[in-house]
Design a protein around this ligand. Sequence first.
Ligand code: IFM
Length: 446
Amino acid sequence: MHRPDDLAQQFPPDFQWGVATSSFQIEGAAREDGKGESIWDRFCRVPGAIADASNGDVACDHYHRLDSDLDLIASLGVDAYRFSVSWPRVQPDGAGACNPKGLDFYERLVDGLLARGVKPFLTLYHWDLPQALQDRGGWAARDTAHRFVDYARGVRRRLGDRVAAIATHNEPQVVAVLGHETGDFAPGIKSRKTAIQVAHHLLLSHGLAVQALRADGCIAPLGIVINLAHVEPATDSPADVAKARFDDAAGRRWYLDPLFKGQYPPEVLDALGADAPAVQAGDMAAIATPIDYLGINYYFRMVASADGSFDKAKSGLALTEMGWEIYPRGLTALLLTLHREYRLPKVYVTENGGAFKDPVVDGRVHDADRIDYLHTHIAAVAEAMRQGVPMAGYMVWSLMDNFEWSSGYAKRFGIVHVDYATQQRTLKDSALWYREFLSRCHARRM
Ligand code: IFM
């Protein structure tokens, strides 16, 4: 059913195919070579914070298995590998001189990728803030935006000449909402007002960092990665349609309107009232500094019903192990919405994938659900591209099973299975499918 050939033909030869991970989720080596404590190191120690009471101390032990993991990445035939730099590895206290050993690790990673013909896509912040900065107010404090700029400049100085792209942030909405409103993620704060201010400081730090890196002569394309859902009304009723429009404004437009239009959606600002963020003169212009690319992380749709009666368990759509509806059409619809509403730079799907039950049977993992997921979502990207969206690449989340934040290690997103007891990596059927698919894509380059 999932013939890689037909799908491969729909992509131009220069389309970039990749896999993605993040530092805290795979590296381990939590206290080595001068690394400082991160807010996730601390949060994992809070009783009940992580479903299986696990932590990132060892994770996939990637820090100690760098060379073999690089071989693994290259063996898939990908063009690109998206990874993040751990801020506390590079600046243990979040300020001051960089820790050379921390940067050495990422230099080996970047050079190892290049030696294997894989383009490094670097993300500066994928949620592991130095705890020392949290102790000084974290992202709720405006000064953290300036600390981020210093950190970004330090990373650029060492690696900026060799990476294929630099993203400032991964999913600022998750940092703001899950980290500071619901408290489900580090640092575990529960205040909507704080979350709104955090979102502003994250966007501000992005804009200031882009300006500073450019001023420093950065040659790597600069962008940001935003998680977005496609929002639909549950019914055609005016109330549901209005709710969907508002939810879309409070989610997607809260991040993309500042980035591309230099303003927050007025109706959301009105609704926030006293919780609206403190914005200083010049902030919005800084946030709207033009970027070279936009990364979109897409996993599911959101259905809005004014009375809250929509029940995804009854929607008839299959759910992943995270309980997320599988809805590839939403990815096409979302990309078309962005294309209609903004002057988009190059767009990458920087994350897409699913957690499924993945038993190893006789050394194989027959994850047909994941193959289906990837195939249908890649087809959704092809359709958006056909309709004019400037798509430049697609990256699977994730290269390998890893620490899925407050879900611990029970949820497996990898196309490579990790046995955490032995650290053995096993290519799942989805990895074999992706490799075969990429070989068809690459054949078109000849
Ligand atoms: O594992 C996360 C990743 O860190 C950010 N995007 C969503 C993934 C799946 O939940």
